[in-house]
Design a protein around this ligand. Structure first.
Ligand code: FMN
Length: 160
């Protein structure tokens, strides 16, 4: 699979509020390459999330999440959100410019090529990962012409 070149996305979500009328909790993000389109009508996408990871735990209770398709200049962001045993989520997002998705409340990363806001349609536990299939509720193209961040043979690459 390391010979399959792919794009890199950041999957994000905000912890649901403790009190239904209260503010949302901390934001979380996970770097992923296992993101793909599944269906056009209805519009469905899929990401495979490692069972027991922070994002897996969060997406079990939070059906609303977002995806930012990272640009070539965002490899530091990708690296930061791929670390295990990391710092508090609050610190991770501190100096990463983003806005909040209008529908999901999830962080959408500034400077990304495209953004999608999703609601979980189906969860399929499979092996040591869970396939999280999302219905796309909203899309954005903040920087459609930017070069994509690519990943191939264990390294971030320039698309050439
Ligand atoms: C390029 C790249 C792609 C990744 N793709 C995935 C993925 O598709 N699914 C996944 O669960 N983890 C993926 N990871 C690993 C997660 O980013 C990482 O394990 C997670 O953010 C750490 O959180 P945790 O400590 O809760 O596991 C990827 C890492 C990198 C560097």
């Amino acid at each position: 699979m390391s010979r399959l070149a792919g794009g890199v996305v950041l999957v994000t979500a905000q912890e649901p509020p403790l009190d239904p009328d209260g503010p949302g909790g901390e934001d979380a993000g996970m770097t992923a390459t296992s993101f793909m389109s599944v269906s056009l009508d209805p519009p469905l996408v899929l990401v495979s999330v490692r069972t027991g990871s922070r994002m897996d735990d969060l997406l079990e209770e939070q059906p609303l999440w977002a995806v930012s398709v990272l640009a070539e200049g965002q490899r530091q962001i990708a690296g930061r959100f791929a670390m295990r045993g990391r710092l508090s989520d609050r610190l991770l997002f501190q100096d990463v410019p983003h806005r909040r998705g209008a529908i999901t409340g999830a962080p959408l990363i500034d400077g990304s090529l495209a953004t999608l806001e999703c609601r979980t349609h189906q969860r399929v536990p499979t092996g040591d990962h869970t396939l999280v299939i999302g219905l796309v509720l909203e899309t954005g193209l903040p920087h459609p012409e930017a070069a994509p961040l690519s990943y191939f043979r264990g390294r971030y690459r320039h698309l050439a």
